[in-house]
Write a protein that binds this ligand. Structure first.
Ligand code: 5AD
Ligand code: SF4
Length: 478
């Protein structure tokens, strides 16, 4: 139940934000918002949508906490460390708020995202500086809630899964104020939530049941992004390859179907998607990697652990052999595909022999990229109650060994690209003047000497050197 009551008329908020033409809109006071994002790409996407919604209420972004009338921490609950970061950040926010109060300025503080969803009112109890706690399904209500907090309303915790779809109540996507164009790459959330219930994971609890956005809504958002200068879209979902969005005739489209539709958008050059579950890698989706030139040869496919015993306790519903035969099928469709994965070490009961099976699987596949974590018990998940929790120092030691192996594979993959000519999409200036950064089809950052005129263009680049995390190249003459 929401604390502080919630008799808010959501449609009114949405109309205020979405429909009111600028001339009729009540005078908006210029204020600043400091929005800090923790965690995954889905949070990055949510943060963008929040800041777009708040822009309509006169909020412009600031990187400076002291300068912010509104502070939002968009949080992650996946591992304990991620969640604890929020509380240390709130300590800093409290000090700044007190300082601002002494200068006669007020500050509204909001916690959004997965810690908000998981901990709710506990956040306000632990950190009374917080005015608003808003879950990932309710952030379309943020502008209205902020307005009430500014007017002095008591703290509000808004973590129910509302009936209405937040995407229908958010303003359509616009480039940032004062900017004609967006960055060349964008995220687009097409699916949220998860029904898989891996026993270590909080996502099914914080993000709720699987839900796919209708195809027409996704295509409309993609078209807008492309019209604003976007050339590459990464489709996001906690379980994106289980996407089953409604089509106009009431039937459901698969992720492959969605990708083929998006590929018809002129000006959109590249499509990616993440994160996928091995069980939902259909033949149709694998075939799309062979048939759809706009679909990039990169796939993030977590396997989590190499021992079948551990995979079973994790409730992954696949074995190591299933994963390997899936990888073989994917590579038959797209031999050069760069594979990426997530791996957990020290899941309860993991022995040295089990861990060796993880190393074996890594050796067998050879990942171009990987994210590896020490198991972190999360409150409310089945694995947190298992006996045989692995000691912290054992986890740390296994993680170090695993990461050494992963880094060697990543370096080898990058090194294998030296001498090749790859199409690179330039998306930002480098740190040094006269340097531009882009992405290869395999998602590595590529450094070249070049000017800002490259931004948003795709150019053929000869790769001349490779480091563990990036490539350097020379643009081929046109
Ligand atoms: N402990 C450690 N890692 C976890 N992940 C999810 N839950 C946990 C946990 N409790 C990892 C998984 C997942 C990635 C997003 O985070 O590898 O794929
Ligand atoms: Fe979490 Fe992914 Fe498993 Fe879903 S499939 S429970 S999001 S690890």
């Amino acid at each position: 139940m929401a604390i502080g009551g919630d008799d808010l008329d959501v449609l009114t908020i949405a109309e205020h934000v979405v429909a009111a033409p600028p001339a009729e809109r009540v005078e908006v006071r210029a204020r600043k918002v400091h929005l800090k994002t923790f965690g995954c790409q889905m949070n990055v996407y949510d943060s963008e949508r929040m800041s777009e919604a708040l822009a309509a209420d006169g909020y412009t972004p600031t990187g400076d906490l002291d300068d912010a009338d509104l502070v939002i921490l968009n949080t992650c609950h996946i591992r304990e460390k991620a969640a604890e970061k929020v509380y240390s950040e709130l300590g800093r926010v409290r000090a700044v708020r007190l300082d601002r109060e002494r200068q006669g300025k007020s500050t509204v503080v909001a916690v959004t995202g997965c810690v908000a969803q998981a901990e709710g009112a506990e956040i306000v109890r632990r950190a009374p500086v917080v005015d608003l706690v808003v879950g990932p399904q309710s952030y379309h209500r943020l502008p209205g809630l902020v307005a009430r907090a500014e007017a002095g309303a008591p703290a509000v915790v808004e973590i129910e899964f509302p009936e209405e779809d937040k995407f229908d109540h958010l303003p359509v996507r616009r480039a940032a104020q004062g900017e004609a164009k967006r960055a060349p790459t964008a995220f687009l959330t097409v699916q949220e939530g998860c029904d898989k219930f891996c026993t270590f994971c909080v996502v099914p609890y914080t993000r709720g049941a699987e839900l796919s956005r209708p195809v027409a809504a996704v295509v409309a958002e993609a078209r807008r992004l492309v019209a604003q200068g976007v050339r590459e879209i990464t489709l996001l979902g906690q379980n994106v390859n289980s996407y089953h969005g409604e089509l106009a005739d009431g039937s459901a489209a698969s992720l492959a179907g969605l990708i083929h539709q998006l590929a018809t958008i002129e000006g959109l050059a590249r499509i990616r998607y993440t994160t996928s579950h091995p069980r939902d890698m259909t033949d149709e989706l694998i075939a799309a990697h062979a048939d759809e030139p706009k679909l990039m040869p990169y796939l993030h496919l977590p396997f989590q652990a190499g021992a079948d015993r551990i995979l079973a306790t994790m409730n992954r519903k696949h074995t190591a052999a299933d994963y390997l035969s899936l990888v073989a099928r994917i590579r038959r469709a797209r031999p050069d595909i760069a594979l990426s994965t997530d791996i957990i070490v020290g899941f309860p009961g993991e022995t040295e022999v089990d861990f060796q099976a993880t190393l074996d699987l890594v050796r067998e596949v050879g990942f171009a990229q990987a994210y590896s974590f020490k198991y972190s018990p999360r409150p409310g998940t089945p694995a947190s109650n298992l006996d045989e929790q692995v000691a912290e120092e054992v986890k740390a030691e296994r993680l170090a060994r695993l990461q050494t192996l992963l880094e060697s594979h990543q370096s080898a993959f990058n090194q294998g690209l030296v001498g090749r000519v790859l199409p690179v999409l330039f998306d930002r200036p480098g740190r040094r003047a006269g340097q531009m950064l882009g992405r290869s089809p395999y998602l590595q950052v590529v450094h070249v000497d070049g000017g800002p005129e490259l931004l948003g263009s795709i150019r053929e680049v000869e790769i001349v050197s490779a480091g563990p995390n990036s490539l350097a190249g020379v643009i081929e003459p046109a």
